[in-house]
Design a protein around this ligand. Structure first.
Ligand code: FE2
Length: 363
């Protein structure tokens, strides 16, 4: 497996299709602490959509809304509600990456094309992945604009929450499809299976799921894939698929170097997080051993801890950020541990089930 073949440098940004990008821009600045860097819309010559580009640390996201009901943005929102449309990969050459991906069986969504403005030109191409989700390839060449061609500089500060980067992007797919997409990431993008979690690792009294984590050699790209497993009640992955109306991105993890500061700020900003029972914290010292953070502080903020032989991680999960129980965020701080919080799955999934039950979906 040679991930260098597509020459993926990084995830450049994640594009969300949302019902009201102007309000999403405000929410992600005021609640999550992003700052706006650029804008595109009617004023910049776009007739069918408006987009706000936001950044915090190295993490970049774009919020896009349609200006008309017809077209792919409007259709996407009608079916899925707000959600992730495109995890955009920066590559050395978007044309070569596309040709290679398609030759390996990827379904094309947009042929390679040059996009330019007064600041220079980029190349962009797009392939389809699970559900209506896309991976675009972009190569920036010597482009010098504030974001991408078509965007104008538009600086609006956010509150800042100490978020540094995007850490991982989790797909929810339908029963029996996990292996298909695992195989896709190996064959098309040249990633490898980094971790596997089976339903015996990820089950509660009522529900279960399977998960694999696809990653590149340096682990700078991490794409976990979940599928529901048979259980007594409806899995959280099925609840997601029912409301998203297809497979899609379940959560995006945002990296911080100071989770106590970040979560304190996000809570003060009104971000809603899941809570686990106090018993979780009683059992914590025995489970994870010595950690720097005070257990009482972690408990007050609802932060979870897990460890492996390399170190430990701290993590917390938001409630869905839409009315549909679909996309949510994870905040993660890694102290040596490259895992995903396996030791927290049971407590976390029981917390999700309580929410699912309140929504009438734990049936
Ligand atoms: Fe995660």
């Amino acid at each position: 497996m040679d991930e260098s073949a597509l020459k993926i440098k990084k995830v450049h940004h994640v594009e969300f299709y949302v019902g009201n990008a102007k309000q999403a821009d405000y929410y992600y600045r005021q609640a999550f602490g992003f700052g706006r860097i650029a804008y595109a819309g009617l004023e910049t010559g776009w007739r069918d959509r408006a987009s706000y580009a936001l950044a915090q640390g190295k993490a970049m996201v774009v919020m896009t809304s349609p200006l008309m009901p017809d077209g792919e943005v409007g259709e996407h929102i009608k079916r899925h509600g707000d959600g992730v449309r495109d995890i955009v990969l920066e590559v050395e050459d978007a044309e070569a990456a596309f040709e290679l991906a398609v030759s390996r069986g990827a379904e094309p969504a947009a042929e390679p094309r040059e996009i330019k403005d007064g600041h220079g030109a980029i190349k962009r191409s797009t392939v389809k992945v699970y559900g209506d989700t896309l991976h675009s390839f972009i190569s920036l060449g010597s482009y010098r604009g504030p974001f991408l061609p078509g965007f104008t500089e538009s600086k609006e500060p956010g509150r800042g929450a100490g978020l540094l980067a995007l850490d991982h992007y989790v797909a929810n797919v339908t029963l029996g499809e996990m292996r298909k997409w695992e195989e896709w990431y190996v064959r098309v993008l040249g990633l490898e299976r980094f971790m596997t979690f089976e339903d015996k690792d990820i089950s509660t009294e009522f529900t279960a799921l399977n998960s694999v984590v696809m990653a590149n050699g340096s682990k700078s790209l991490k794409f976990p894939i979940n599928e529901p497993a048979p259980g007594r009640r409806k899995s959280q992955v099925e609840e997601y698929n029912d409301f998203y109306r297809s497979p899609g991105v379940q959560h995006i993890a945002l990296l911080t170097a100071d989770i106590i500061r970040t979560v304190s700020q996000l809570r003060a900003n009104g971000v809603e997080f899941l809570r686990v029972p106090d018993a979780y914290y009683h059992a914590l010292p025995e489970r994870v051993g010595e950690i720097t953070e005070a257990i009482g502080t972690l408990k007050d903020l609802g932060i979870l801890v897990d460890k492996d032989d390399q170190g430990y991680l701290l993590q917390i999960f938001t409630r869905p950020v839409e009315d549909r129980p679909t996309l949510f965020f994870e905040i993660i701080q890694r102290k040596g541990c490259q895992g995903f919080g396996k030791g927290n799955f049971k407590a976390l999934f029981e917390a999700i089930e309580r929410e699912q039950d309140r929504r009438g979906n734990l049936v």
